[in-house]
Design a protein around this ligand. Structure first.
Ligand code: XCC
Ligand code: SF4
Length: 633
């Protein structure tokens, strides 16, 4: 295999090691060091058996003390912790979606934020039963924003997006009493249930976990995805580059990190401003280079081809290059470590959201009305900081891969359909993809998502599992930090990655001119995957749970990831985790989540937790083949 085309995990680790050496010169701390300080982790915390929701505790469950002071047993404690964890994730994604709706409400002709995909707005308006005839597009956008915002707190009814699911799925949700009502209500209900002296019945806690997960995936996240597309454009395939080598030695490097595209879109816009480029040249730089980390990277890569410098556990690496003039963040997955770390270099650490305030940062508050002005001043600050760079500290490992990204549902349907579809009310059919699967050219699909976690060798699980799956003719649809792991390794290279595939998948890649690992976006965009699964189900007449499709988060770490897991399972997709969600302390909770008669009875899917990555891959292939066999294909 040509080493130039694919970057191996060992090469990436060597690059990180050289960056850590760079950090040592200036006394920088690192997560690698902090992991050592934190190991071993608390056994009660890891098993989920510590309760501190009231001040009689904390209570820790052991064979000698099987109940907390209130009498709660281990199953109640583990279940409550799991539900609280889910609620944290659902709140976070959904609040991101809410911010997007507020931004949509501020759109105006010629303003900081505009409607870039009016067709999509009209399509959703029709879906929601909103009159579009004779309305100015901004009038419609504001009306839709208000309706969307009402979904967060409406007193009656269930989420409007649930209607996008197949009838059968909607019935399952109804029967299991897990249809999410108002988005915020499911989070509030979860926190109410987990208050001292409320629910300790495992089944009730797990049902609400699924329900608040669904309020995220089919509520808040879906809102975030759909209306980001309306404002910033629905992603289409675009070529970009990935890995730490995308930082440019001779340019002003601005790294955008976080989640909400409302910030990064503005920074990208002003980095292309001729006035700013001229300023960069006047300070001796060749220009301005924007690159991304975490989900923000996915957002701007998919819409503008902005290079992706790294993912969750390489966020410190961008600063360690000594060539980062500014790291500009909004919300979620931002290491507080970036504050002290950036102080070791010339890097400006700029926080912008009242939701994510951190010590040792410069806070420039971002809002829809000052976005333009503030983005410009951030870019200017970064450019002016170029002269403070210490050239002897600059170390940019030369690792860059090519990647084709931007496979929104609309784009996937289009490339696989091979025909342009310009109708407003539909985006085409998934039938060509289904034909590939039923004929056996493709064995199935895996939705691989989620973070990095030092408990797993970072990126290794993502990359190795993907290689194994594509070699077995299983197509990958990925998002979040998993997507960046793939891109860094070269698995999204439209020319070369197909060499790693089985014969069937290779042929599909050639015919459709796609990489075998399709970049579907950020983590809120896992909502796109839910719609894809729904469309596959409707077009095939099968239930979602019958499709040879599974979900996987091999290196997950955040509360959001558990919320995602819950809605993916609740949608009927078996989900495989490489890290235990703090539930191993309760056999009853484990049985409900992973057994044959828990969530599986309600939603036809369940979890598998396997920390041996090789085994995790085998189990997924096995499950896909079982589903095929059951269909007789
Ligand atoms: Fe965060 Fe979304 Fe996880 Fe990456 S994958 S570490 S949650 S950036 Ni969402
Ligand atoms: Fe202990 Fe019960 Fe209070 Fe939890 S709720 S801390 S188990 S007394």
């Amino acid at each position: 295999m040509d080493q130039e085309r694919f970057v191996t995990i060992e090469e990436m680790e060597a690059a990180t090691a050289s960056l850590l050496e760079n950090g040592k010169k200036v006394g920088a701390d690192s997560w690698q060091q902090r992991v050592k300080n934190q190991t071993p982790h608390c056994g009660f915390g890891e098993a989920g058996t510590c309760c501190r929701i009231c001040a009689m505790g904390p209570c820790r469950i052991t064979p000698k003390s099987p109940r907390g002071i209130c009498g709660c047993d281990v199953h109640g404690i583990v279940g409550r912790n799991f539900l609280k964890f889910t609620a944290g994730g659902a709140a976070t994604h959904s609040d991101h979606g809410r911010e997007i709706m507020h931004t949509l409400h501020q759109t105006k002709e010629g303003g900081n934020y505009q409607v870039k995909d009016p067709e999509k707005l009209i399509r959703i308006a029709h879906e929601w039963g909103v009159e579009t005839e004779g309305k100015d597009i901004y009038e419609l956008a504001h009306e839709m924003a208000e309706i969307g915002l009402m979904e967060y707190g409406k007193p009656f009814g269930v989420q409007r997006f649930l209607k996008r699911a197949p009838e059968h799925t909607q019935e399952l949700w109804h029967k299991a009493e897990i249809e999410p009502r108002a988005i915020d209500r499911e989070v509030a209900t979860a926190l109410h249930m987990t208050h001292m002296g409320c629910s300790s019945l495992p089944e009730a806690l797990i049902r609400q976990s699924l329900r608040s997960g669904l309020s995220d995936g089919w509520g808040g996240s879906m809102m975030g995805t759909e209306f980001s597309d309306v404002m910033f454009g629905t992603p289409k395939p675009v070529d970009t580059t990935a890995n730490i080598g995308v930082m440019e030695k001779d340019m002003v490097n601005i790294v955008v990190h976080g989640h909400d595209p409302s910030l990064s879109e503005m920074i990208v816009y002003y980095a292309n401003d001729p006035e700013m480029i001229a300023l960069a040249k006047s300070v001796g730089a060749k220009g301005i280079n924007i690159c991304g980390v975490c989900c923000t990277a996915n957002e701007v890569a998919m819409r503008h081809g902005i290079p992706m410098a790294g993912n969750f556990l390489t966020q410190e690496n961008v600063v360690l290059t000594g060539a980062c003039e500014a790291i500009v963040v909004d919300v979620q997955c931002i290491f507080p470590a970036l504050g002290p770390l950036s102080k070791c270099f010339h890097t400006k650490f700029v926080t912008t959201s009242p939701i994510a305030r951190m010590p040792d940062s410069e806070f420039i508050r971002f809002s829809a009305d000052n976005a333009g002005e503030n983005a410009k001043s951030i870019v200017k600050m970064a450019v002016e900081n170029f002269t403070n760079r210490k050239t002897d500290l600059v170390n940019i490992p030369n690792q860059v891969s090519h990647a084709r990204v931007g496979y929104s549902l609309e784009a996937i349907v289009k490339v696989l359909d091979g025909v342009a579809n310009s109708q407003v009310d539909t985006f085409g059919t998934t039938k060509p993809l289904l034909e590939c699967v039923t004929s056996g050219v493709l064995r199935g699909a895996v939705a691989m998502v989620g973070c990095n976690n030092p408990k797993v060798r970072p990126d290794y699980a993502h990359i190795e599992l993907m290689k194994k799956l594509i070699a077995n003719d299983i197509i990958l649809i990925v998002s979040g930090c998993s997507a960046q792991a793939a891109a860094k390794a070269g698995l999204m290279d439209p020319v070369h990655a197909k060499e790693l595939c089985g014969a069937g998948l290779k042929r599909v890649c050639e015919l459709a001119n796609i990489p075998p690992v399709l970049h579907m976006g950020s983590c809120v965009d896992i909502s796109r995957m839910m719609i894809l699964a729904s469309e596959l189900s409707k077009d095939s007449g099968l239930n979602i749970s019958q499709l040879p499709v599974v979900g996987c988060a091999p290196e997950w770490m955040s509360e959001k990831a558990v919320s995602i897991g819950n809605y993916v399972v609740a949608t009927g997709i078996d989900t495989f985790l490489g890290v235990d969600p703090y539930v191993k302390g309760s056999s009853e909770i484990c049985d409900l989540l992973t057994g044959e008669h828990g969530v599986k009875d309600w939603v036809e899917a369940n979890y598998t937790v396997e920390t041996d990555i090789e085994k995790l891959g085998d189990l997924m292939i096995e499950r896909i083949e079982q589903k095929r066999a059951a269909l007789g294909i």
